[in-house]
Design a protein around this ligand. Structure first.
Ligand code: ZN
Length: 325
């Protein structure tokens, strides 16, 4: 049910009247939009892109206020008191859950194995999330994590990937714990020795903690899987160190994205096999051979052109002497 609908203009950010049905401002120089609050929502602030969530018209952005209210940005108003049906793009939501849960697990294991915590770059997110996708690339490309460590060796990257996938196969439960008061936090901490007690965040609603069974507790407002097996698999694609700031950035794929990327690689391999007329194991040697042959061929062309030019000059000089010019 719609609780409130407030009109805004994009250019000056001025709020319109909080009315039963807000009037869209007709200013050609500024784009009007609306922020709608529902009685309840399954939309997630922060982790969405345009068109992720669909009403009978699209919700283009979801944000959360200091009071914990979730506001849905739309281009059309709704009547306060209306009941509406909201749906999410489930394949996209599932993909986000796989990538985000994968990052929870990678970050937890990296911290345990190498004492390398995940960097939090966006201050607004660091208020409510201890783990976040630092960079979300266009689906289905890899996601990035910045780890606070100078470098990771290839062996360490393999160790990280192996441990993460072990935990995935073990099928650890991923549970959500929500605390509304300090007493419930204290009670939970007394029963769970590895839970590091945190104070209730002032003015931002309840404390939401994600637990990966036997691995970690982490405060987070995102959308997560309910069991590590649902990640299917995690593949760490690259690791790049920046010694200037002591950060190592790793890219990774989780779940369905791995299958889609493998399929894309196989399609590319098929095309290259056809172009080079050789098996994939011979790609490197054949391309190296082609590059070497290209250099030799280019050298021959330059040599022949130089010789031809020299010959033309000599012929011209001979003709001049013969004709007395
Ligand atoms: Zn999370």
């Amino acid at each position: 049910m719609v609780v409130s609908c407030k009109s805004w203009t994009q250019s000056d950010g001025l709020a319109g009247a909080d009315s039963k049905k807000a009037n869209k401002k007709k200013d050609s120089k500024s784009e009007a939009f609306y922020e709608i609050q529902f009685e309840d929502t399954m939309f997630c602030p922060f982790f969405l892109k345009i068109m992720t969530h669909k009403l009978f018209f699209s919700v283009t952005q979801v944000s959360r206020t200091d009071k914990g209210e979730v506001l849905h940005k739309t281009s059309k108003p709704l009547e306060v008191g209306d009941s509406v049906k909201i749906t999410v793009d489930w394949s996209r939501r599932w993909d986000h859950m796989q990538q985000h849960s994968g990052q929870h697990l990678i970050s937890a294991v990296a911290k345990e194995l190498f004492h390398a915590p995940t960097m939090k770059e966006l201050s607004i997110l660091s208020i409510v999330c201890h783990v976040l996708l630092c960079y979300v690339r266009q689906y289905p490309k890899p996601s990035m994590i910045d780890l606070s460590i100078k470098e990771l060796s290839n062996e360490q990257v393999q160790q990280l990937e192996q441990r993460v996938n072990e935990i995935i196969r073990e099928g650890r439960e991923m549970a959500v714990h929500i605390f509304h008061d300090e007493k419930s936090i204290e009670d939970f901490a007394s029963q769970h020795s590895t839970f590091r007690q945190k104070p209730l965040p002032a003015g931002t609603g309840p404390l939401r903690v994600i637990e990966i069974e036997g691995v970690e507790y982490n405060t987070c407002c995102g959308t997560h899987l309910t069991n590590t097996r649902q990640m299917q698999m995690v593949k760490i694609c690259s690791s790049n160190s920046n010694n200037d700031n002591g950060i190592t950035q790793i890219s990774f794929l989780s779940g369905q994205r791995i299958l889609e990327n493998v399929q894309r690689m196989l399609d590319n391999e098929k095309q290259i096999t056809s172009l080079l007329t050789c098996a994939s194991d011979e790609f490197v040697s054949n391309i190296t051979k082609l590059q070497t042959e290209s250099v030799i061929f280019l050298f021959d062309i330059i040599t022949n052109q130089t010789f031809l030019l020299f010959h033309l000059i000599m012929t011209a000089q001979e003709n001049c002497r013969f004709e007395g010019c």
